[in-house]
Design a protein. Sequence first.
Length: 340
Amino acid sequence: MKRILLMISLTFVFGISQAQDVQFSQFYASPLYLNPAFAGSSEMTRIGINFRNQWPSLDQTFVTFSAYADHFIDEKNSGIGIIINGSRESLANLQNTEVGLVYSYRVRLGESGFLHMGIQGSWATRSASFDEVVLSTQLDINRGVVIPGGNGGSISDDRQRSFADFHSGMLYYNDRFWFGFSGHHLTQPNISYLEFDRDVLPIRYSAHGGVKFDLTPGGINDYFNNTQQERTFSLAFNYKRQGVFDQLDFGMELYFEPIVLGFWYRGFPTRIGLPNNEALIGLIGFSLQNGIDLGYSYDFTLSQLGWRQSGGAHEVSMRYSFVDQFLKKNFRKRMPTFKY
């Protein structure tokens, strides 16, 4: 019976992964995936990569990555970028790949406020192999067995679908707080693997923002001179909705240069009906003056899937910003978002 329940859970996860986007716990460490308006928002050239291994204790794994690069063109008030997203779910060898080009335009509002408007055009490919998939019509829950073949169990060939996709977003920020809104899959492309069937990819909406508080700086002795250690405390949230599913991430981040500590929660603790408590997330990172940022986070599963059975989720992020840290260290100022 336990084997049947696990298969039902995996079948449910597989169905969700077909219709829902992947997510990163370090959502601000994958800025272009979160919102196209983040392109060029750092006013620097940067490259980054994110890797996530979700539920590693299960027999069937779900691995996700995102790589990006963006650049700010000062004289054009514009940001440009490229992003490559990929995921693989081993139950049906479901693989998603997306390559997108991003553009954003910046408008200055007041002395310290800026508004970014961004768009993204992508080409995406989805492929799957159904020969090892257990369909719901093959499950006999009363006897606790899998019926060989079953109604519709003869699907065994590989399937692939490619399509164009479009995303857009807006982002406002000043010296202390930020707020953004994005919409993904605006054309709702058809992702069905069946030739004469239509299964649209729902629009994913995201609203995100936060506030940063400057703390009293401290001194750092690097054996050559004394410098001021940046210390900040930030609160942030990221609300996502896609189809009938929604979720909220909110938490805090403490930056004691060069160390970053973060803690946040994913879910809705007061949701009536279907429980939506997914995870508690802890992070440790290092933000170095040479432009390198490294972060590691772990998701402690709170849902009925269970921490011991799922193994939580591991996530690693790395990015490099091409800053003039030696010649013009304070010339550019990063926007006040979460670092991760």
